[in-house]
Write a protein that binds this ligand. Structure first.
Ligand SMILES: [Fe+2]
Length: 270
């Protein structure tokens, strides 16, 4: 394990709730010390993008950080949302008409339908504003910024709609809530699945990632160690889940559901 090599990253702005950190050449982390997710600014030679936007309540810091990087919100060519949770997309409506917004098609569907349960509206208590998704992404799409090529990786598990973005040339892995430094995982929410999560982590393990740029917390220069830890944890969680179902005596708990199916079939026969 390579846990002692902690590289220092340059802090450009440092405030109570927010800091702006240079992660790599032309790549910056907007890091919040509140519940808002990290956002990432990438200045390519032909296109400039922001990955995730944090909460509506922390939007002023996004503007401040962008201004420090000599960029106005309308200068962004695209905002890419990693999944539908409001700590990542809460400020997205504030970009309406100023840039193009893209996310995975399953997240786009939830956002278009204003699925408050999936988006964790109650948990974050964000304003209920519509967000228009301009581009519905799929596995394998490439977002070409000139000197960066962001490949869209479909990495479900945390939710059904999570994507990660990977720049092959520089080994930059933007893994959002699928993987964080130290192998921390983002948990499994409504549409998510532990098996999908393990599959997604195995997919990330196959990449030649050099720097992990996660949805929360610090950057990590040891993505492979982080992935191995997360895989071990998720396999343990899968085993625990199996034991939990045994303890619950699943047959008895599913009986009301099975009875309602039988009742429906009876209605069909009559
Ligand atoms: Fe999330």
């Amino acid at each position: 394990m390579n846990t002692h090599q902690r590289i220092e990253f340059e802090t450009i702005l440092n405030e109570d709730l927010f800091s702006l950190i240079k992660a790599a050449e032309d790549v910056y982390q907007f890091r919040f010390k509140s519940r808002a997710a990290n956002a990432y600014f990438i200045k390519g030679t032909s296109r400039t993008v922001l990955i995730d936007v944090g909460l509506a309540s922390t939007y002023s810091y996004i503007e401040k950080g962008l201004a420090r990087l000599s960029c106005k919100p309308e200068d962004l060519d695209m905002v890419i949302l990693t999944h539908e949770h409001l700590d990542h997309i809460g400020a997205a409506h504030l970009f309406k008409g100023r840039t193009i917004i893209a996310t995975h098609r399953l997240a786009a569907n939830k956002i278009a339908l204003r699925d408050d349960f999936a988006m964790l509206r109650k948990m974050f208590n964000e304003p209920n504003e519509a967000v228009h998704i301009d581009i519905w992404l799929e596995e394998g799409n490439i977002i070409d910024l000139g000197n960066f090529q962001l490949k869209v990786l479909y990495t479900p598990g945390h939710t059904s709609a999570c994507i990660s973005l990977f720049d092959q040339n520089r080994g930059l892995l933007f893994a959002a809530d699928t993987l964080m430094a130290g192998g921390v995982m983002g948990g499994i929410f409504g549409s998510g699945s532990i098996s999908d999560y393990i599959g997604s982590l195995e997919k990330l393990r196959g990449l030649d990632a050099k720097l992990l740029l996660p949805g929360h917390g610090r950057l990590s220069t040891t993505p492979h160690d982080d992935i191995d830890l997360a895989i071990a944890r998720s396999r343990a969680l899968l085993a625990d889940t199996g034991q939990l179902f045994d303890a619950l005596d699943a047959r008895e708990n599913f009986e009301p559901l099975m009875q309602s199916v039988r009742d429906l079939n009876k209605l069909d026969d009559s």
